[in-house]
Design a protein around this ligand. Structure first.
Ligand code: TXA
Ligand code: MG
Length: 314
């Protein structure tokens, strides 16, 4: 079955109709591909959890096409609007107090009193949301715990037959998921490092963000499992010396790398290549296991280190 479609106006209009009618559409964002459904359709929201094999306690992000829409179902204040105006569209998700008690939104939020919202920086995604006329809830379009998809082919490989349409927008520009911040209290908390560097948010705010460290008294993202984003083969990280039976994914000037996330040591390039190279390494490693060079923890390096730590968890 070929369910990959080029993102023509006509195909986006068809996909929008599918969304409105309760179907599932995979669409590109700047971070990774999403598996989208109409936020106001309970059955459609439920079918996302089913397609991914995702537990219901793990809530979904709502994708909107205009900052103004934040106010429709969440409580906002001046600081949130200022942040949104500066960082949207872009790879930043806001956790806000929910004001809409629609049952389908309850399901999308796993019954929590907070909702996750973001505006993706991708023309196809924005066009799809606008044409649908509703916010689109979308997790990454992969099976639960697996590596996130950064191309339409990745989506087809992992969820292909469960999705009505996959809109093909090519490879995702950022390559790691959005940064998630909880902005419901005075102290902003980072719940997931991602495509927007923490340093950038702190510079804009002129204040520090608290890094949530799994402390149960601090807010957290229920989906941040210890093992996640996992390739099929085992992965050893922070490797400076490759062993004989290892397939090395390098970073920077590494001579014996079998693949290199960024030979010049550019963290943005490395983030964009990360998930695709974990898949490639799985395909190419034969009976070797995977290893990865150390990655600095500044800028997008924080998100990369978060993902590879979970990918390597045993
Ligand atoms: O870049 C992205 O954010 C991608 C693209 C498709 O937009 N989406 C994505 O969705 O990564 P997903 O479902 O794979 O990850 C969403 C994360 C999960 O860790 C979830 O627990 C957290 O967001 N989350 C969602 N709603 C939340 C809430 N109300 N409170 C705390 N965490 C929440
Ligand atoms: Mg995911």
């Amino acid at each position: 079955m070929n369910n990959i479609f080029s993102p023509t106006e006509e195909n986006i209009a068809r996909a929008a109709e599918l969304i409105r009618n309760g179907g599932l559409v995979s669409f590109p964002t700047e971070t990774v591909y999403g598996l989208g459904a109409n936020v106001y359709n309970t059955r459609a929201v439920a079918s996302i959890f089913e397609a991914k094999g995702r537990p219901h306690f793990d809530p979904l992000i709502s994708h909107i096409a205009e900052v103004e829409f934040l106010k429709e179902y969440a409580a906002t204040d001046e600081r949130v609007i200022a942040l949104a105006k500066h960082f949207c569209p872009g790879p930043l998700t806001f956790i806000l107090k929910r004001t809409d008690s629609n049952p389908s939104i309850d399901l999308a939020c796993s019954g929590l009193s907070k909702i996750a919202v973001r505006m993706p920086d991708n023309k196809i995604a924005l066009n799809l949301i606008k044409k649908s006329g509703v916010p689109i809830v979308a997790p990454s379009a992969n099976k639960f715990k697996a590596v996130s998809p950064t191309t339409a082919q990745h989506v087809r490989e992992s969820l292909g037959d469960k999705i009505g349409m996959i809109l093909d927008g090519g490879a995702c520009r950022v390559g790691v998921e959005s940064t998630i911040i909880d902005v419901t209290e005075k102290q902003i908390v980072l719940l997931r490092a991602g495509g927007t560097a923490v340093e950038e948010i702190e510079a804009f705010l002129g204040e520090k963000i608290l890094i949530s460290d799994g402390n149960p008294n601090k807010p957290s993202a229920p989906g941040q499992l210890l093992k996640h984003y996992a390739p099929k083969n085992s992965l050893r990280i922070n490797v400076t010396r490759k062993q004989e039976n290892e397939f090395l994914i390098g970073f920077g000037n590494v001579e014996d790398a079998d693949l290199n996330l960024s030979p010049s040591g550019d963290l943005k390039e490395a983030a964009a290549n990360l998930f695709a190279y974990m898949r490639l390494a799985d395909e190419q490693c034969g009976n070797k296991t995977l290893a990865m060079s150390p990655i600095p923890t500044t800028g997008l390096g924080l998100a990369i280190n978060d993902r590879i730590k979970r990918a390597s968890y045993k």
